[in-house]
Design a protein around this ligand. Structure first.
Ligand code: GLN
Length: 452
């Protein structure tokens, strides 16, 4: 009830929820109360969560932030959310996001931008909560839910977490099932939580992950209890600091934050190791070929016939497809689909797509080459603090630069967490990222908890 009251008061201005399922939430909460009274219940019994509108929820509209899916009510539940309900979680509603998870500012949503509850010192300007999981981050940061689900294809969990002073983790690729998650780029997409604390993230991620035969890339391995890692001494852990992440034009503030993180870990007994990940500078260009390529294939299904919005005015079948897609998809999605179709087309496929896959392999090998020397890697989460809404809309390339520290882990399939680690000079939250070996979320949580 407290969260529903907060939603009523603040959602009209923050625009974090696209739909609030109040009646359902209260009904679920009452059932949880009854279970808890009997000493029963799951790991998340009664926990009120917000769900990114990318996860299919049976009987509740799921739009992925797009007019293309407005009015779509899934007849089935995503595996991630089904896992949460099985543990007793309560759904407060569906959270706003960039259209089809394409964006870094939550400005591409068909439901309008989400606002960051934070404001810079001495300024009234509205800031972005980041994207694409901007609704999730804004809702958690402003107490419109206890925690939220999110998804990360190139940084969409970690960047909004960094911009809102919350915690966000993307697990190893294959830990969380993609079944029922609206697809963006299937080889990169992973679900994860945005929470207030590292412990909450460990609890929530465990419930979200499971082997799922309905996702062919799901890993058939047990999900550990990551809360065990929290509070464990980090003494003797070797922490890598990659030289290539010190990018041109990095602000003094972010440099200082990174150095502060190094000092904290040193003081806690970690050994700091300078490492090199030489192909880092190719990560963004490779990502912005691979992700749009996969998106152009995944989103081909929205043709106005089988799935998605159908145009009313058309003169032929081809025209129906074209008109439906032109009306249903926003500008950024159309840009990605155009790039994706181009890089996959005959004549350009080898020069762009195959080349990007080779670069992707090199980036993964960079990480493989350092794991003998380090147990985890520390970097900033983002190159800047939250920026003004509308600021970068005109220039997609500047917007893409936001993902410079986060896309590498998606390309390599590795786990990465963003933890709040300080404030900028104008009082905005900044995050540090801890990257781990594949399947070693335990060390990621351990180091993150030491930074918290
Ligand atoms: N900002 C990146 C993009 O626009 C990442 C998005 C995401 O992780 N879903 O593609």
């Amino acid at each position: 009830k407290a969260f529903l009251t907060n939603i009523e008061a603040s959602n009209p201005s923050l625009n974090a929820y696209v739909e609030v399922t109040a009646d359902k939430a209260l009904e679920q909460a009452r059932a949880s109360d009854a279970k808890l009274a009997k000493g029963e219940g799951g790991d998340l019994e009664g926990a009120p969560l917000g769900i990114k509108d990318l996860f299919c929820t049976e009987g509740v509209q799921t739009t992925a932030g797009s007019n293309m899916l407005r009015g779509f009510v899934p007849p089935y539940e995503s595996t991630v959310t089904a896992n949460l309900w099985r543990e007793g979680a309560v759904m407060l509603g569906k959270l706003n996001m960039d259209e089809f998870a394409m964006g870094s500012a939550n400005e591409t949503s068909a439901f309008g931008p989400v606002k960051n509850p934070w404001k810079a010192k001495g300024s009234d300007a509205e800031l972005t909560p980041g994207g694409s999981s901007g609704g999730s981050a804004s809702a958690v940061a402003s107490d419109l839910c206890l925690a939220a689900t999110a998804s990360d294809t190139g940084g969409s969990i970690r960047q909004p977490a960094a911009f809102t002073g919350t915690v966000g983790i993307k697990p190893t690729y294959g830990r969380a099932s993609r079944f029922g998650m609206v697809a963006f780029a299937s080889s990169l997409d992973q679900a994860g939580p945005i929470t207030k604390t590292v412990t909450d993230a460990a609890i929530l991620l465990k419930s979200m992950c499971s082997f799922d035969a309905k996702d062919s890339t799901s890993l058939d391995i047990p999900t550990p209890d990551w809360t065990q890692s929290i509070g464990q001494s980090v003494k003797g852990l070797r922490i890598g600091v990659p030289a290539e992440y010190l990018i041109d034009g990095m602000s003094e503030e972010i440099k200082a934050l990174w150095q502060q993180g190094v000092e904290w870990l040193k003081a806690a007994g970690c050994e700091i190791v300078e490492i090199s990940l030489p192909h880092t500078k190719y990560a963004l260009p490779a990502y912005y070929i691979v992700a749009p390529a996969e998106a152009s294939s995944n989103l081909a299904r929205y043709d106005g016939m089988r799935f998605g919005h159908r145009a009313e005015d058309f003169s032929s079948l081809d025209d129906l497809y074209a008109a439906s897609r032109a009306e249903g998809f926003g500008k950024e999605v159309q840009r990605r689909l155009t790039i994706g179709t181009y890089v996959l087309s005959a004549g350009f496929y080898d020069a762009y797509y195959v080349k990007a896959l080779k670069v992707r392999r090199r980036i993964a090998e960079d990480f493989d080459n350092v794991w003998g020397k380090v147990d985890a890697i520390l970097t900033p989460s983002t190159p800047t603090a939250a920026f003004k809404l509308g600021d970068k809309q005109i220039d997609p390339l500047t917007m893409y630069l936001n993902d410079v520290f986060t896309v590498t882990t998606n390309l390599a399939g590795l786990p990465g967490i963003s933890v709040p680690a300080g404030l900028s000079s104008d009082g905005l939250p900044l995050g540090l990222q801890v990257i781990g070996k594949a399947l070693d979320e335990a060390t990621v949580f351990q180091v993150a908890a030491a930074l918290e």
